[in-house]
Write a protein that binds this ligand. Structure first.
Ligand code: NOJ
Length: 537
């Protein structure tokens, strides 16, 4: 008998960028009622069991909701609190857990806290944000905003600078002030009391900064000033990852103790080696060590960064899994709203294998909306882009376009012109068309979610590395006492044969959706870009 694990072990999560999911009221922007309308798609058609909702709180929308002006509200663009409660109720009835975004590092400059903080040096909320004077009129240090330029903004009213690690409309909260920590803990309680199942914690690396506000060192590997913007010119070792980071995260996580079954997923991307830091393991693995790992786990973003090569995947995943204590939950994902889409990164031929990989790995996998129909980046001319950041050199709009539901106008997303353009190929890549085609990508995702939901080994089993003597083929085993399953993935567009090395079993699944119950022994030929699942029990 497998030990009973909480829901987040083995479930399948789906990230909803609400603005682009489904527009129920014809204003060109997705909303909460739109998600309610499509719950049946999520739970019965696609078969996911949890959703992460990007921010829907009151916001001036400078960073599309990551600039919150009231944490305990719903922005009218998305609906109201009753809509949220209805969504939660119906999601739970459909067997779907709901995770909401927690933006704890910064607020909007229109948040009442900041308005007060800015009003005078004596205001009781002055110390809720990070204010500094400068002697020569220049910013207090060299720290940079992830969105470009200095991280300091001068305020002539009080003759001081405030810190903003992202846009200047997103002032950083001062986590050294216990009142701030309490305020954010109260925000968590507010949503947990309403019934959410957890949070995705945004931008946590910035919660703690160097206490002396020392300059960030220059990045010795940065040469080309024009390549990726000046942000990469520095190593951000003082402006983030400060000494109190894990303490702050543990304090946030402790709130969950009173809400059984709740969970915190942390945005913690791998970062380049920092001189003087012991980085034989990625920084984010420390999270498991220093924060209650039964209630909190980091995303790992390597699958977003790695080139599509079986050797890199094998090496990273084998290594990562070997470092995880059996109680540490791995969280794999191939995409999110800040990165180019999977299909554009690795190519259309490879995405079926990627889908099988994601849904057969241990832990809690996250699918980014639209991935299930192979949505691609939509190139939007610079002048028409809405994203304020310079991420990726070209902003992030390309991966945030409306979900393509069918062949009708605006891909069935909205009756009005959507806030971002719909992909011109939507007549081919849409949910309705793919549902009607038995071997479509969407039907592959559906079959894989079903497979995962029905297999104890895939949800809860151990991960064991498999040695396959082929550089384009990567495989592993998932195993419980009663069930043993092998997953073998051909990353190349050529066919390859693999030896069973004495193992016998049945091939129960292929990414081509046509192989079932074929015997697996001796030599098995994998077709180009084919992944198979073998039952070895
Ligand atoms: C990470 C979020 O994913 C991104 O969209 C946002 O712009 C920054 N954090 C700032 O909140």
């Amino acid at each position: 008998m497998t030990k009973t694990k909480p829901w987040f072990w083995g479930d399948i999560a789906y990230q909803i960028y609400i603005r682009s999911f489904y527009d129920s009221n014809g204003d060109g922007v997705g909303d909460l009622r739109g998600i309610i309308d499509k719950l049946d798609y999520l739970s019965n058609t696609l078969g996911v069991t949890a959703i992460w909702l990007c921010p829907f709180y009151d916001s001036p929308m400078v960073d599309f909701g990551y600039d919150v002006s009231d944490y305990e509200s719903v922005d009218p663009l998305f609906g109201d609190l009753d809509d949220f409660k209805e969504l939660l109720k119906q999601a739970h009835t459909s067997g779907i857990k709901v995770i909401v975004d927690l933006i704890a590092n910064h607020t909007s400059d229109k948040h009442q806290w900041f308005i007060e903080s800015k009003s005078s040096k004596d205001n009781p909320k002055r110390n809720w944000y990070i204010w500094h004077s400068s002697e020569d009129g220049n910013p207090p240090n060299d720290w940079l905003s992830a969105f470009g330029g200095s991280a300091w903004e001068y305020d002539s009213h009080t003759n001081q600078f405030y810190l903003h690690s992202f846009s200047k409309q997103q002032p950083d909260l001062n986590w050294n002030n216990p009142e701030v920590k309490d305020a954010i803990k109260n925000v968590m309680k507010f949503w947990l009391d309403i019934g959410v199942d957890g949070f995705r914690a945004d931008a946590v690396y910035w919660l703690s900064k160097d206490g002396w506000f020392r300059d960030d060192p220059r990045n010795p590997h940065f040469h080309d000033k024009n390549s990726s913007g000046e942000y990469d010119a520095l190593i951000h070792s003082h402006s983030r990852l400060g000494p109190h980071l894990y303490e702050h995260l543990q304090d946030m996580t402790a709130v969950l103790e009173d809400y059984p079954g709740s969970f915190l997923v942390v945005e913690a991307s791998p970062i380049a080696a920092i001189p003087g830091k012991n980085q034989d393991i990625p920084e984010y693995l420390n999270l498991y060590r220093y924060v209650d790992s039964k209630l909190c786990a980091p995303f790992n973003f390597e699958l977003i960064r790695l080139p599509w090569d079986a050797r890199f995947y094998k090496s990273f995943i084998d290594n990562f899994q070997s470092k995880l204590h059996p109680d540490y939950l791995p969280i794999y994902t191939f995409g999110n709203h800040d990165n180019p889409r999977l299909a554009s990164r690795i190519g259309e031929e490879a995405i079926r294998v990627a889908a099988m990989l994601l849904l057969t790995l241990p832990g809690l996998p996250f699918i980014y909306y639209g991935e299930e129909i192979g949505m691609k980046d939509v190139q939007i001319p610079r002048g028409e882009q809405k994203d304020p950041s310079r991420f990726g050199g070209n902003g992030r709009d390309a991966a945030r376009t409306p979900l393509q539901w069918n062949k009708s106008n605006n891909a069935g997303f909205s009756s009005q012109t959507p806030w971002l353009p719909v992909d011109k190929d939507y007549e081919k890549y849409n949910i309705e068309t793919q549902l009607a085609k038995p071997d479509s990508l969407l039907n592959l995702y559906r079959a894989l979610t079903m497979l995962r939901r029905q297999s104890d080994a895939l949800r809860h089993g151990n991960y064991l590395s498999l040695e396959i003597n082929h550089s384009s083929v990567y495989g592993f085993i998932r195993q419980t006492k009663a069930e043993k399953i092998a997953i073998i993935l051909n990353f190349s567009s050529k066919k390859h044969s693999v030896e069973s090395k004495g193992s016998k079993g049945k091939i129960i699944f292929s990414t081509y959706l046509d192989k079932e119950n074929l015997l697996y022994k001796d030599l098995t030929e994998l077709r180009p870009n084919e992944g198979i699942v073998i039952n070895l029990s």
